[in-house]
Design a protein around this ligand. Structure first.
Ligand SMILES: Nc1ncnc2c1ncn2[C@@H]1O[C@H](COP(=O)(O)OP(=O)(O)OP(=O)(O)O)[C@@H](O)[C@H]1O
Ligand SMILES: [Mg+2]
Length: 223
């Protein structure tokens, strides 16, 4: 299945989510390839850190759009595509072949507005095809951890009003470990197993891939 992780706003967590999902799938023995179609190449960089540090499982990341089409014909597992607004054409192309589009939305009104505009872009990318229209899944990323702060609930409510998009109830909360783990080439659940971020991410990924079971092996730095 091809899952494209996209939206129009920068910094909403696309690359962070793509990276952690990639490792989550790999640790469950699920063959996965990642496509980094953003000129910033965040996924390529983090995969390179893993390689240099000898962290297993390695992450297979491509940045070549041409090979995306080639891979689709034989890749037996999951494909994750990270696209940024820096390349709208790549974004549309990826959405055009996606089985589903995952949309991380930080808790703010401008992010809801941007998501609304993003839906118009999806319409453009998909055109009049109704049968092969990708499933659209939004979720709140960087949700407030304090229950008295209402923005995450309000954002979720506003997203539910948008047509044609499903809102996942599983949120990812604002946790410093996302930034720290990625700088070390690690997923949050690799850096700190049992952390809140790790269990939240597991619940989120399990909702996206309900048929995929428990992890097969722990991470190791090459010895
Ligand atoms: N749930 C989270 N909690 C805390 N920090 C987060 C979370 N998700 C992402 N971040 C941080 O937010 C910043 C932006 O994330 P990321 O680079 O994944 O966004 P992006 O959508 O790929 O950005 P761009 O549009 O520039 O490609 C990074 O510093 C990342 O560590
Ligand atoms: Mg990015």
């Amino acid at each position: 299945m091809i899952t494209v992780i996209a939206n129009l706003k920068g910094g909403s967590g696309k690359s962070t989510v793509a990276f952690n999902l990639g490792i989550w799938l790999e640790t469950r023995g699920q063959p996965v390839v990642l496509y980094d179609l953003d000129p910033q190449c965040t996924l390529l960089d983090v995969a390179e850190i893993r390689r240099e540090e000898g962290i297993t499982p390695p992450l297979q990341v491509y940045s070549d759009k041409e090979s995306l089409a080639r891979h689709l014909s034989y890749h037996p597992g999951e494909v994750l595509v990270d696209v940024g607004a820096a390349s709208i054409e790549s974004m549309k192309e990826a959405i055009g072949i996606a089985s589903r589009v995952l949309v991380p939305v930080p808790p703010s009104q401008p992010d809801v507005w941007a998501t609304q505009r993003f839906l118009a872009l999806v319409d453009e990318a998909v055109g009049s095809r109704t049968k092969s229209r990708p499933e659209l899944l939004a979720f709140v990323n960087r949700a407030d951890t304090h229950h008295a702060v209402r923005e995450s609930d309000e954002t979720e409510e506003a997203l539910r009003m948008l047509p044609g998009i499903t809102v996942l109830p599983q949120r990812l909360y604002q946790r410093t470990i996302y930034r720290r783990s990625m700088s070390e080439g690690l997923a949050v659940f690799e850096l700190w197993k049992g952390s809140k971020a790790a269990s939240e991410f597991d619940a989120f990924a399990s909702a996206l891939y309900p048929d995929i079971g428990k992890p097969r092996k722990a991470r190791s730095r090459g010895d």
